[in-house]
Design a protein. Structure first.
Lengths: 77, 597
């Protein structure tokens, strides 16, 4: 297997790996009992969903905030 | 059994002897030997209180050894060894001197049994770390170093004020749990918080750490903030506001880290974020939380140093420090990449690495408090951490668009330093008991490798990766800086200086001007008083009568101007006796008048 990140075939394989592992872990969540601290933890795929949502929030939230507080690099000089 | 020495002195006094060694190899061996000696020293130190000295009226306790201080002691010495291995190629003695002075004083803080000793070592730490920053010698470094000193000096004064007030109020200066309500404790807390980089007092960290030397920055990451965490645990554990501050801090660091361009500044905000976990843990205060805080501090020192080492290695070999200028390095620096990824996986909390076994303790403790907001914030910050350190940073550094940089692997000592730390990260991740056994509240009531924990963590991380690649177009890098709370004192400082040099200066000049002109006149007059006198008379005559006697107006003006310009003319023949006579006559005259009145 050629490990070159420029090769689109390799990237595709990596993506499949990612998707499959996501599915595996979500499925595993159904078979294990958590000891939930809070009510909303009981949904089995909770952490997957939460992780995704938080990312979206951070990516776009940071961009929005960035628009307010980002300046050119020589701002202080 | 040798009588143990305070480990701080092994470093401080040991490094002072460094200039005596001239041969490079000998110096390097000596520098690496010191932390090893300190490690042996730590092993031989039993729990208890010792090394007490009398200083004037006060009894200083330099050694208070218990499980909490030992945890920090061990990790400080271990990282000192690794960081020195990384820095072995540095030829300048001064840099090693300031580094070990810094390490030694941090050890002094950790083992201090009373507030006075704490303060002394605290200030030594501030000075030594500032010197480390100055050694980079760029304009930016010097500026950042100056701001660093100002912030830390202020923090030191707050701390001192607080200590004095506390001593006045309670009469004791023993350093144990400080009840928050007692006068002075607020100031002490502020002093601690500044060093722990809690927003809004945190801006010195992302300002200064990226400007320090490549090797110096590795030292910096470990000691100031972690010793602040230690003193917070010792003095203020269970203080609820710390829980909230910590959670906010964790999220704050994530947001800023995501926007930054300089790779070490991203990592600096990551420090703020991770220390937020520790501060939150202190705030929660339960045995489990304190264990988690200490464990996380231990692990964080290791992986954060590794991340800074990796970033430093990239800067060292490519000369570039911004994400906008990097990319495609996985082909030329594969070893650095792999070791860097060890750090990345650790900070993100991937199972098998040390972050997973430490950060999750704090999160579980937060869950135990049944406070869902803090719990959610900490988990969210963890996801965010993976996003920017685990995904964005390596992606734009090593992958992404190839920047075509000519790079190679860094020198062997740097790789070895990184390798050693990476090994420790993995070791603790796989055998967490090694760490758990030295935590303050043994045995630790937490099992990291349960199915539920692993599955939860993997779900979070994998979905974060998914989101990252889905929105890759939106996470682009930009050549900007982000304004932080230091805006207030940087702009404010400039405004203050402008005020002083413009309005204030002009005002004081105006007030002074009359006196100066009077002085000038007197000097001018004294050059030739006789002529000056007659000149004055002519001037008066011209102004009153329009002309000087005997001459038409225009010619009078000419005469006047000529007199003015030829003044003082031939200097009056100095006749000291005559002068003295005149002066005394004038004096007598004035006195007579006065007498007669």
């Amino acid at each position: 297997m050629k490990i070159s990140f420029d090769d689109p075939g390799f990237i595709k394989k990596l993506k499949y790996l990612l998707y499959i592992s996501i599915v595996i872990f979500i499925l595993m969540g159904f078979f294990v009992d958590f000891h939930p601290h809070f009510g909303w933890e009981e949904v089995p795929a909770f952490f997957a969903i939460y992780g995704f949502l938080i990312c979206v929030l951070i990516i776009f939230g940071a961009k929005a905030i960035g628009r307010l507080i980002q300046r050119r690099e020589d701002y202080y000089d | 059994m040798i009588e143990p020495v305070h480990p701080a002195f092994i470093f401080i006094i040991g490094v002072l002897l460094l200039p005596l060694l001239k041969i490079k190899r000998l110096k390097q061996i000596y520098l690496l030997l010191l932390p090893l000696l300190a490690l042996i020293d730590l092993y031989s130190m039993p729990y208890g209180t010792y090394w007490t000295y009398q200083l004037m009226d006060y009894t200083l306790t330099l050694g208070r050894v218990d499980s909490l201080s030992m945890v920090f002691g061990y990790v400080f010495v271990i990282i000192a060894f690794c960081a020195m291995l990384y820095a072995l190629h540095v030829k300048e003695n001064g840099q090693h001197l300031s580094a070990y002075l810094y390490v030694g004083s941090a050890l002094g803080v950790v083992f201090a049994g009373d507030l006075i000793t704490l303060y002394i070592f605290w200030e030594i730490m501030a000075v030594a770390s500032a010197v480390i920053i100055f050694y980079q010698r760029t304009d930016k470094a010097i500026g950042a170093g100056m701001r660093y000193i100002l912030v830390h000096a202020t923090g030191g004064i707050l701390l001192l004020g607080g200590i004095i007030m506390y001593m006045n109020a309670t009469g004791s200066y023993v350093f144990d749990h400080l009840d928050y309500g007692v006068p002075g404790t607020l100031l002490i807390l502020l002093g601690f918080i500044i060093n722990a980089a809690v927003p809004p007092l945190h801006a010195w960290l992302p300002d200064a750490y990226p400007e320090a030397t490549i090797t110096g920055a590795v030292f910096l990451t470990a000691f100031t903030t972690k010793s602040a965490v230690y003193v917070l645990i010792r003095g203020f554990s269970g203080l609820e506001i710390l829980m909230w501050l910590g959670a906010i801090m964790a999220v704050y660091g994530v947001i800023y880290a995501f926007l930054e361009n300089d790779i070490r500044r991203v990592l600096a905000y990551c420090i703020v974020s991770q220390v937020g976990y520790m501060v939150a843990g202190v705030g929660i205060g339960t045995d489990l939380a304190i264990n988690g805080t200490a464990a996380h501090a231990f692990c964080h020192i290791l992986y954060k140093a590794l991340l800074f080492m990796g970033a430093g290695a990239v800067i060292y070999t490519t000369g570039k420090k911004n994400l906008t200028e990097l990319g495609g390095l996985y082909k030329t620096m594969p070893l650095t990449l792999i070791l860097f990824m060890f750090g990345v996986f650790s900070v993100s909390g991937f199972p098998l690495f040390n972050g997973f076994v430490s950060k999750s303790i704090i999160i579980t403790a937060a869950g135990g408090m049944h406070n869902s907001i803090v719990y959610a914030m900490l988990i969210g910050a963890g996801v965010g951490t993976f996003l920017y350190v685990g995904l964005r940073l390596p992606y734009f550094m090593f992958f992404g668009k190839d920047a075509g940089l000519k790079a190679k692997e860094p020198p062997l000592n740097m790789l070895m330093g990184m390798g050693l730390v990476a090994f420790l990260c993995l070791l603790i991740g796989v055998y967490p008991q090694i760490l758990y056994n030295i935590l303050p509240h043994s045995p630790v009531d937490y099992v990291p490798y349960t199915a539920s924990h692993v599955i939860e963590e993997m779900q979070l991380l994998l979905l974060a990766a998914f989101a990252f690649f889905m929105f890759l177009a939106h996470v682009k890098k930009a050549e900007t800086i982000t304004l932080d709370t230091d805006w207030f004192y940087r702009k404010g400082g400039r405004a203050f200086m402008w005020f002083i040099t413009n309005p204030l200066a002009k005002g004081s000049e105006m007030a002074l001007a009359p006196f100066l002109s009077m002085k000038d006149f007197l000097i001018w007059f004294s050059k030739n008083p006789k002529r000056a006198f007659f000149l004055g008379l002519d001037l008066l005559e011209y102004n009153l009568l329009g002309k000087i006697h005997g001459l038409p107006p225009e010619e009078s003006l000419e005469l006047l101007n000529r007199e003015k310009s030829t003044y003082p003319g031939k200097p009056v023949h100095r006749d000291p006796v005559g002068d003295a006579v005149i002066v005394s006559l004038i004096f007598l005259f004035i006195y007579t008048i006065y007498y007669l009145l």
